[in-house]
Design a protein around this ligand. Structure first.
Ligand SMILES: *[C@@H]1O[C@H](CO)[C@@H](O)[C@H](O)[C@H]1NC(C)=O
Ligand SMILES: *[C@@H]1O[C@H](CO)[C@@H](O)[C@H](O)[C@H]1NC(C)=O
Length: 142
């Protein structure tokens, strides 16, 4: 059963060419993602990667927090990197009005970052502890 779900998931990911998915048990999210892209895809060590996100928000965000987990695949197993906790309003300009939402940012991938496969999870919650969104991603670093 699990394998079938996994195969379906991989199939969807391959067909859509997406690097992300909603978390399992993403309950009542207030943000719907339409598109999330990286450029270059996959990101390249030592270069900037631009991340662009498009979606729709159905509740205003006045404040909130984000939790970012990343793991790196090395020598046959996943290794967790430190978890990042952040204030949503340090990343976004608060309040964020309900309605269509686009966000883009550029992240420098440091030259000392190991090449390889990464996966992670981003969880956002708002001022009333509602689930804004939760997504998982997987990518390679070239
Ligand atoms: C947010 O999602 C979690 C599961 O990830 C769920 O347990 C919780 O009830 C949800 N919160 C709200 C306010 O819907
Ligand atoms: C991974 O394996 C390589 C080769 O066997 C070894 O040199 C390296 O130290 C290992 N890395 C870790 C983090 O264990």
């Amino acid at each position: 059963m699990k394998i079938i779900i996994l195969i379906c998931l991989m199939f969807i990911l391959i067909v859509r060419g997406d690097i992300w998915n909603y978390c399992e048990g993403n309950v009542n999210p207030t943000f719907k993602i339409n598109k999330l892209t990286l450029s270059p895809d996959p990101p390249i060590v030592g270069r900037d990667v631009s991340v662009s996100l498009e979606g729709a928000l159905n509740e205003e965000i006045q404040s909130g927090s984000s939790i970012f987990n990343v793991a790196f695949f090395m020598n046959g197993s996943w290794r967790d990197l430190p978890t990042f906790h952040n204030d949503i309003c340090k990343v976004l300009k608060c309040p964020v009005a309900a309605g269509p939402f686009t966000f883009s940012t550029s992240i420098k991938v440091p030259i000392f970052t190991p090449h390889g496969q990464y996966k992670g999870q981003i969880t956002l919650t708002d001022q009333q502890n509602r689930n804004v969104t939760c997504l998982t991603f997987q990518t390679y670093l070239k």
